[in-house]
Design a protein around this ligand. Structure first.
Ligand code: HEM
Length: 190
């Protein structure tokens, strides 16, 4: 799906993001709401849980890049299948959170800005290109998932969608091996 160079650029730069993940999430949402203040109301007042979920999801996506080609043919549980997870996430974004289609470009811009700011010199043109490639693919898949949802229909309840999201994230977390306490993102750690 991605060239070895692209994978290495993403994996290498992600390793640098992990120690500053909490700050990166702060920067990302600050930048997003600077670009589009009107998106703030789409999100809950308390953003701490959201920041944690975003980092976990990005970590899962990055980790999936590391699969060997043969692994793509292996059978995995639905909640660990990158494309199913991303398609379902796209459905939730469309059906539940009602994100406008054009917001994907803005979120991509905020993400690239955050990586640029956070990584400094390590955000080389090659790394930038690799992240844009990855984001474009994920955003496209999410929008495809979203396109399967008819707005204003109640295909899944908010609770069900939330639960599905949590199950997917929890099972991915073990895979990803991110130490939440170290990131200072655990809800029971102040
Ligand atoms: C690659 C792109 C994106 C990723 C990886 C991502 C990731 C996530 C994750 C992991 C969640 C947690 C809940 C769930 O899994 O359903 C979430 C929720 C949410 N996202 Fe995204 N998202 C992306 C794009 C966007 C865009 C373009 C918007 C538009 C502003 C957006 C707005 C939201 C909102 C409003 C919520 C729900 C907050 C809440 O009510 O708790 N996301 N996102």
């Amino acid at each position: 799906m991605f060239s070895d160079e692209t994978k290495q650029a993403i994996l290498g730069s992600w390793r640098l993001v992990v120690p500053i993940a909490e700050t990166a999430a702060d920067l990302f949402y600050r930048r997003l709401f600077e670009l589009r203040p009107e998106y703030r109301t789409l999100f809950p007042d308390d953003m701490s849980g959201q920041k944690r979920k975003l980092i976990k999801m990005l970590a899962f996506v990055v980790k999936s890049l590391d699969w060997l080609d043969d692994d793509w043919q292996a059978s995995v549980a639905p909640e660990e299948d990158l494309m199913l997870v991303v398609l379902a996430m796209g459905r939730r974004h469309s059906a539940l959170y009602r994100v406008p289609d054009e917001s994907y470009a803005v979120v991509g811009e905020a993400l690239v800005w955050t990586l640029d700011y956070g990584l400094g010199d390590a955000f080389t043109p090659q790394v930038r290109k690799a992240w844009i490639e990855l984001y474009t693919l994920v955003a496209q898949a999410m929008r495809m998932g979203g396109a399967t949802v008819e707005r204003d229909t109640d295909l899944v309840s908010a609770d069900d969608a939330q639960r599905q999201g949590e199950i997917a994230l929890v099972s991915q977390q073990a895979e990803v091996g991110i130490d939440e306490a170290r990131l200072g993102m655990r809800e029971d750690v102040s």
